[in-house]
Design a protein around this ligand. Sequence first.
Ligand code: SF4
Length: 308
Amino acid sequence: MPVPQAPKIMDETTRKELAAWLEFYQELGIEGFFRRDSSTAAPLPGLAAAKPASPEIVTQKTAASRSTAPASGALAARPPAASSAPSAASAAAHPSQQAIRPPAPTFNLFEAAPAPRSGPETLEQIREDLGDCQRCKLAPTRKTIVFGEGNPRAELMFIGEGPGADEDEQGLPFVGRAGKLLNRMMETVGLKRADVYICNVVKCRPPGNRTPEKDEVDACSPFLYRQIESVKPRLICCLGAPAVRTVLGIKEGITKIRGRFYDFAGTKALATVHPAYVLRNPREEKILREDFEKIREYLKAAPPSQDL
Ligand code: SF4
């Protein structure tokens, strides 16, 4: 017959730490804490270092707090409000350091963190959301929506202005003469088209290859921003003034600001001329070459961890 063990006395540090966690979870609307015999508890996968020497805690989330669960990120940076905040090790394993999702109705704090409901949006999801888009006046005249093409985890993302006739026919970006020049420029700096991601500010061809108008850019650019967020490139290369204006908000002439690096939400972005401009002004090919050299230097010099 098993000999009953004397209850363990909680030390002061653990007691304060536990109090901080309880206060934090109560602020989140989690209630109904009770002790459970640790001898019957399952092992704590991956949380051994984070497990405090304290009784098991099981929580039950109220229906009200579930229905008013805050959006992801709003609480992620909010630590438990106590001077005896949990250690770095325990914080690293704590769900508050991850995106907070509406949790399952019941979970054990120290046995299993609530699994994230979903990861970053994929390009497929964004394309699906775009659907047979009729959001702007370019829809009736297009043949094909040219969403984008390339490596969904590319380090380098090219953003052009909008599809031309060839792209409209084939449904792929930069496949006409300008696209061939772009491919050649990439080759000169050792890049393969399959390694990069290419898309445009607007996904439908403006009639006569005119510059996209503001209302068209406004309607389409949210999809571009979502593509950037999904790919998370180390470097964005804006090809031509409309891309520079949309992504960087810079209205100066492209020939004045080209070759410079800017910041787009923590990602470096280089402004350069559109290959179509070089086709019209062949003597300007040297400036595109110069800027592609900068791309090569940047990708070679900066390790990925410095940019993220
Ligand atoms: S340009 Fe963009 S917003 Fe306009 S119809 Fe095409 S996909 Fe939709």
